[in-house]
Design a protein. Structure first.
Length: 414
């Protein structure tokens, strides 16, 4: 543990901040306007310039231990808000906020987001457009559900995120082969259910995501992203594009569906990440998560609009009215790169910096020499070897810049 030095900025508890590579920018931005006490898994290192206090937990998922420490801190001085942008810690953060009687302290609304079956039940009761979904526990139950839903269907773990364990199957043989894989899918801190798998209607059409902020029941989109997926029949996220002037932000069907989904789940305060498919019959909700989006979407949003989603989320966590004031209209995109073959051992990896256009603002390697990696068809969680971010004036220019970054990536294998 460490002590909090006295300062005038409001005190914010941040629970589980994620990796430096993908969430470090959020901690950096939030620390400019708040004193951050960090609840963490490991002793801080790179985080130290951005925090004024920290508590390390042997088990960061121990909600009771988090709550006890939060009460101790609040007894010394007022805590203004509790925030987590980690999917696996959104529910514990809501419980801590409830104990401290702070905004966002409604665990039931976050649980409805993390439990995909509860999400489906609530959206269905409210008539929000979404795929048909049936929860099952065995292959036999899944086969019966698929006959009801109609092939192709999607097998989805009930309590996971990041496309882990999700696969499309086109017939009974494919379902029987893939069901055990989906049922076994797991992640640290993820809840376990007796009925752990959803059999869902497959929706065709482009996929989008919306990071939004909710204050006293009012839903405001922060930015909208168009997602690139691949490696069928899996749903690997290969990239995202945020266009500050995206016409979908003015599409009333999209906005009404977003608002209806939040109302159905009773989401009153906080930040969320909603995924939709734009089908021939209109937008349908794929998921609604009680935290900000991952994959550096928050950074893309800042590049494209100037709005800092971390600060917006911190504001509502402290009961403040969020101010969304875009100061630019740009296009920001990210593309993730993967090895071509299973069990590829990296000998060397890097970008030819002379071949990167100025619009590529980040080109980062994720794999280290000596590491063995596989594409998403084998390893959807850790198969990425690099990424590039481009910021341009149009979507076409953004795609061209990311193509150039891909051409500049140099990978040698053993």
């Amino acid at each position: 543990m460490s002590d909090e030095p006295p300062r005038e900025l409001p005190l914010l508890l941040v629970i589980g901040h994620g990796s430096h590579a993908f969430r470090g920018h959020l901690l950096e931005s939030v620390s400019a306007d708040y004193r951050v006490h960090l609840f963490c898994r490991e002793e801080p290192s790179w985080e130290l310039p951005h925090i004024t206090g920290w508590t390390r937990f042997e088990n960061i998922f121990d909600t009771a231990a988090l709550a006890v420490r939060a009460v101790e801190i609040a007894a010394a001085e007022p805590v203004r808000g509790v925030l987590s942008w980690s999917d696996d810690l959104a529910v514990p953060a809501a419980y801590v906020a409830e104990i401290l009687d702070l905004p966002g302290g409604k665990p039931e609304m976050v649980v409805k987001c993390s439990d995909k079956h509860l999400t489906r039940k609530e959206l269905d009761a409210a008539g929000v457009p979404q795929p048909r979904s049936i929860a099952v526990s065995t292959t036999a139950e899944a086969l019966r559900a698929a006959e009801t839903v109609g092939y192709p269907v999607v097998l989805k773990p009930r309590g996971l995120a990041g496309s882990i364990g999700i696969v499309r199957v086109d017939d009974p043989a494919g379902l029987s082969a893939r069901f055990p894989w989906t049922r076994r899918a797991a992640a640290p801190g993820a809840p376990r259910y007796d009925v752990p798998v959803l059999v869902e209607e497959y929706l065709d059409g482009p996929e989008i995501s919306i990071d939004a902020v909710i204050h006293r029941g009012r839903v405001q989109p922060i930015y909208l992203a168009r997602k690139v997926v691949g490696y069928e029949p899996f749903f690997a996220e290969l990239g995202h594009v945020v266009n500050a002037a995206d016409p979908l932000l003015a599409d009333q069907r999209v906005i009404q569906t977003l608002q209806a989904a939040h109302a159905a789940l009773g989401f009153s305060d906080g930040a969320t990440f909603t995924e939709m498919r734009l089908t021939a019959r209109g937008p349908k909700v794929i998921e609604l998560n009680g935290r900000l989006g991952g994959d550096l979407l928050t950074l893309l949003g800042r590049y494209a609009t100037g709005v800092d989603a971390g600060l917006v989320a911190a504001a509502v966590a402290c009961g403040r009215r969020p101010i969304l004031a875009p100061d630019r209209r740009r296009v920001a995109g990210i593309r993730f790169f993967h090895p071509e073959r299973d069990d590829t051992t990296i000998a060397s990896i890097g970008f030819d910096r002379d071949r990167l256009p100025p619009s590529v603002v980040r080109a980062v390697t994720l794999a280290d020499p000596g590491e063995t990696v596989s594409p998403p068809s084998r390893d959807i969680r850790f198969g990425r070897i690099a990424y590039a971010i481009a910021v341009t004036g149009t979507p076409g220019e953004c795609e061209e810049a990311l193509d150039a970054a891909e051409a500049a990536l140099r990978v040698e294998t053993n």
